[in-house]
Each structure stands twice: as C-alpha cells, then as structure tokens.
Design a protein around this ligand. Sequence first.
Ligand SMILES: [Mg+2]
Length: 434
Amino acid sequence: MFARTRKHRLILHIDFNSYFATVEQQANPRLRGKPVGVIGGPARNALACEVGGDRVKRTVLGAASVEAKRFGVKTGMQVWEARKLCPKIILVPGDSDKYLETTKRFLNILKDYSPYLEAFSIDECFLEILRLPSVAQDDNFTQAIEIALVIKRRIKQEIGEVVTCSIGISYNKLMAKLAGSLQKPDGLVVIPNQEEAINVLDSIELDEICGIGPRIKKRLNNLGIFSFSALRQVPLESLLASFKSYGQVLYNMARGIDCSKVVPFYEKEEIKSVGHRHTIDHDTDDLVEIKQILLKLTELIARRLRGKKLAGKTVHCWYRLALNPRCQYVSTSEVGLRCGLEGEFVGQGMQTTILYTNDGLDIFQAAWRIFHSLWNHEKIRMIGVSISNLKPTLPQNLSLLPETKKEETIIKSIDAINNKYGEFTLQRGILLTS
Ligand SMILES: [Mg+2]
C-alpha cells in the first residue's frame, strides 16, 4: 500500500527559471541566447507596445532572461536602469495568456507522477510523491530523484529546450522550496533530513527562505538575530511575544520544521464569484449611508479577491426594498426587473462588465452606477455586491508603472490593517463554489 504519511514525506518543489523570459525565448528562436526583458502586464499591453517611447523608460521589468541577469539586470528593475547595465537588452511585451497556457502544460506533465500537486504560483508548484512505508527512506529519495530527472526530460521534450526548471526535494514543503532555490538554473538539490536542513540553514542568510521578507528580517536583526543558528537560541516564548503566532513559524523554520500540507487543486474550492451583502437594521433611503455600506462591501470583496490572487470583471449589485409583504426579490442578469409574490421582498439587481480588477474602488464605481440606474429613492433594507468571471492575477512584479506600484503598496497596507483588525461587522455573503 502506498501511504502519504505525515512522518516521512517526500516533496518536490518545481520552480521554472526566468519563466516569462524563457517562455518568450521558447516561442521566438531569435530571442534565444540573448538578453531579454519582459515588460507590460495583461491589461497594459497598449503601454508595452510603446517600446522605445518615454513611458517605457519608467516601466519596470517583469522578468529578465538568464543572459540579461548576467549583466546584473534584475526583475523589478526600471527599464532605464536595465538599459544602462545592458544596452542590448531586448524588451518584449508580456503575454499572460501564453504563460498561463505553458503553466497548464507543465502541470499536466506533473500530475502523471502524483495526485498531490499544488500550484503555488504561475511558475512554481509542489508535488508530494507517494512513498512505500516498507522501503528505507534513502531509497525513497533515490526514487524521487529519478522522478525529478524524468520530469526535467519531459519538460524539455514536451515544452521546449529553453524552458528549464530547478527542482528541490525534501521532507517538507519549506525545505523542498529552499532546496530548489539553491541551484539555478536547471538545478536539482536534495535536503534528505533535518540534520542536513540545519546545515543548509546555517549556510544561508535569513531572508533566503520563503517566509522571511525584508520586514521580518529587519525585526529579527533589531533583536540581534542575524542567522538561523542565532534564531534557534531564542526561546519560543520570546518569539511569540515579539511576533505573535508567527513566532511559532519562525521557531519551526530555524529547525527545518514545516507541517503544511500539499493542497491539490481538486481539494481547493474553485471560486466562481466573491460577494457580500449587508442587511441594514432599519429601512433607509439615506444615500450617504447606502454609499458607505457599498464602499465597505466592495472593499471587502476586493480584499478577498487579492487574498486569493484573483481578479474579476462582472460586477453584480442588488438590493431589497423595505419589507413589503406582497413582493419578491428578483435579480436578473442584463436588466433590472422587479416582480412581486406574496409574503416576500421586492428588490432589483443588475450586472455590468468592467476591466479585470481586484481594486475596491473599481468595483464600487461599477456597483454605484448599477445602484443609481435602478434605485427610485425607495427605502431599502438590504444591499449586496458580487463579482464573477474571475481569473488568477499574475505576480505583482508584472504590473509595471511606478504609479501602479504605489497603488499596490497602498492596497497592500490597507489589506494588512483589515486583516489585523478583523472584518467589518458585516454579514458574510455568498461564496459560490462549483
Ligand atoms: Mg521561478
């Protein structure tokens, strides 16, 4: 019998190297072996087409090819900086459909080796290999290495020579991801046990592990902690006092411990729409009050979309009038309608299509337009908003303009505050799953 035991796990982390750039090089042989920078996000192709224009100079690189990286060019760098380091850099507009299509293809290859496949980002995933409990642990790692080599070969054959991946193999997700980051490009590294994990941890910087960003690193440094070996000296209680529940994560991290599960896509709910509604405890026709509620609802929806790395484009807004014992709530897709049946509420709803977004203000504006086009100044009792037609967002570094960056920073801090202080006192609305 195969078992997916908690005690001895076997996890592969597969991470594609310079993903967007190599996918472009794969698609266009003339780009191969040359320094390439990918610019422009999904909604910004128009901008990306202005290569050479003034605006492009202020654009940020979404990805750089291995050849460009040799000149010191990095993802997230401004185009003028990249050009200074590497004047021959070829700028290519990003094409999210192409990357998603390639991702779909490599996930299809990987699922042949285990049903426990978790897509972590557009170019990264975890694969938990089922192991034979009767086989010695060393043999299991030999088997995992064989699988990794087959995966690499199949990617070359079925996706292309240019697209390469680094594979890390270990006994948990955290260490597999760390192993995968140690050798790039086209790497294959095994961290077989906790002893080896601690050796590796003691040879890297704090922020080289997934889960310690610049801010956590700075806070650790402020406490006099500059290495994992120093982190291991700190008692759990002190870490909990300084970092709350994240203290436990840091405590485990320094010891190579991570219990998180590989969550396969079919165990993750597929979200069709995200929505909230709010029932007011009185009847109201106060436009300021309604606007406030709608702003909160749409901000909440946007935050949940961002938390799930999704953007949507169909906004649906509906409301219910003050209790009227003879009517019924009806929502329609194209036009607002109302009709009545006994003992129910009356209400209206309508949907509209906007550009893909996960910004609360965009969603609010669409919902507010709908509300205004339907509302007849009657008193209302409930209002709701939802967004559907969802798609995954690309990594942040692919959205480009400095202004956009600033906006994203602001959005991120709002999310952080909301996450900390809890949700508004709103009734949780529908979350439709397939
Ligand atoms: Mg990658």
